[in-house]
Design a protein around this ligand. Structure first.
Ligand code: FAD
Length: 426
């Protein structure tokens, strides 16, 4: 790799024969970089982000292996009227004209045949998700960051219960298992709430991370301890030079990496466009409130399905998360969503005290709700891993294994073929 001498320290950017640059230090880029480094590759992550800012820090912490059915489906479309923000639901499209090309492609991706093949592909990825996390965290000596205790779904209203039971008991939930919630378990949830619950389901096989912030810090520290590098900078763009990508850091600095992994979440769209490739990502924003001071017991994550919110007890506090807001880049957060989350917390009677931290961040989402994992058709040294929508935390470790396979194997690993960006060509 040609680079400014001494820019990174260590081997990356020095005399080493090959260096992999990973653009993006969210959970996808970081897990991938760590997996590559543990396999012996020189690795440099480039990211300007401060701790706590991206979706990888603000998510609900749920390893959601049950979400096998891609959200691009006619059943999602049919549910939209009752899930609309204006009617008390989680879905909002505040600038419809600005996101209409993406919505059009989403509708196309809902076609039953495309949904079915997407489901097969997603089932394969999700099937490896927990073992891959277990393995990665074992290797860095942090197995306790993964809590394999399933998750729970509860209902307040008969309608929601009927719909929820039909969907979860009759649907494909991959390697997860589900059972009716017994009276003692329901009472354990009910005990800390003021709203009456009707019933619930208990999922096994799913998991949570102990704390998203601790996970991100542990992955980064493990990368650095293993000899990987981290450069706090923003990639201004990519340049195609004879079928290979160069990295432009700012006006004066250019990197010419042997291998490049684009894992920049929502920012990947612009970088792929520099190479002439279409990555139709949208920012699908979510919100959370987190209280440090609370009396919520040590229970698995609880989904309050009537309200479309998930409550997760982390090491650092109790987090209530929700909303799917399709927005163009740069739109200011909508304070009404935090107000709505607060109203849910009050209505549920959550045992919390003090002012919560309020957070908003974007899921990187492609129209068919499958991630993009593959090799660039335009630049011979580029692979990509982004677009993990609601499942980026869940899929990070298994994606990292596939990124390693892409870099280590000059052929096309069979299990990434459904995730290539060529599916959007034309
Ligand atoms: C409210 C909410 C709850 C969620 N809950 C869950 C959950 O329970 N389970 C689950 O599996 N998933 C969940 N998700 C989804 C999950 O958080 C995302 O899919 C995941 O974080 C995406 O990770 P990422 O690394 O691709 O992107 P990001 O976390 O966005 O990271 C991308 C990184 O790339 C960097 N970057 C961008 N452009 C550039 C550039 N030009 N140069 C250098 N760096 C750049 C950014 O600074 C950023 O750090 C949730 C999301 C939200 C919003």
């Amino acid at each position: 790799m040609a680079a400014t001498p001494g820019m990174f320290g260590g081997t990356c950017g020095g005399d080493a024969p090959e260096c992999v640059v990973v653009i993006g230090g969210g959970v996808i880029g970081l897990a991938s970089a760590l997996r590559l480094r543990l396999a012996g590759m020189d690795c440099l992550v480039i990211d300007p982000m401060r701790d706590g800012e991206g979706a990888s820090w603000g998510n609900a912490g749920h390893i959601a292996i049950e979400q096998v059915s891609p959200l691009a489906s006619w059943s999602t479309v049919r549910s939209l009227p009752r899930r609309w923000f204006g009617r008390g639901g989680p879905v909002d499209v505040p600038r419809p004209w600005a996101v209409s090309p993406w919505l059009w492609r989403f509708l196309h991706a809902c076609a039953p045949a495309r949904h079915a093949s997407g489901q097969t592909a997603l089932r394969g990825l999700l099937g490896d998700a927990v073992p891959a996390w277990r393995q990665l965290l074992q290797e860095i000596g942090q197995p306790g960051l993964l809590r394999e205790q399933g998750h729970w779904v509860v209902w307040e209203q008969a309608d929601a219960e009927r719909r929820g039971r039909a969907a979860w008991l009759g649907g494909d939930i991959g390697e997860a298992r589900v059972d009716h919630m017994d009276a003692d378990t329901l009472a354990a949830v009910q005990a800390r709430l003021s709203v009456p619950l009707r019933a619930g389901l208990c999922f096994a096989g799913s998991a949570q991370v102990l704390d998203t912030a601790r996970l991100m810090r542990a992955l980064r520290q493990a990368l650095l301890d293993a000899g990987g590098r981290w450069l706090r900078a923003e990639v201004a763009g990519l340049r195609d030079v004879g079928g290979r990508a160069q990295v432009l850091l700012d006006g004066s600095r250019t990197l010419d990496p042997d291998r490049l992994v684009i894992a920049a979440g929502p920012g990947s769209r612009r970088l792929m466009a520099d190479l002439g490739e279409d990555a139709p990502l949208i920012e699908e924003r979510g919100y959370h409130l987190q209280w440090r001071d609370h009396d919520w017991p040590d229970l698995p994550p609880v989904v309050f399905e009537d309200r479309s919110v998930i409550l997760t007890r982390f090491d650092g506090g109790l987090r209530l998360a929700g909303f799917v807001e399709f927005v163009p880049p740069g739109l200011a957060p909508d304070v009404r969503k935090w107000q709505r989350l607060r109203a849910h917390a009050v209505a549920l009677g959550l045992p919390v005290r003090g002012e919560p931290d309020a957070w908003c961040g974007a899921r990187p989402t492609l129209p068919d709700y499958l991630p993009a994992i593959g090799r660039s058709r335009a630049a011979a040294n580029v692979c990509y891993a982004f677009g993990h929508q609601h499942l980026g935390l869940t899929l990070a470790a298994t994606t990292a294994d596939r990124v390693l396979a892409l870099l280590a194997d000059p052929g096309e690993p069979a299990d990434v073929s459904p995730f290539g960006l060529q599916r959007f060509a034309g």
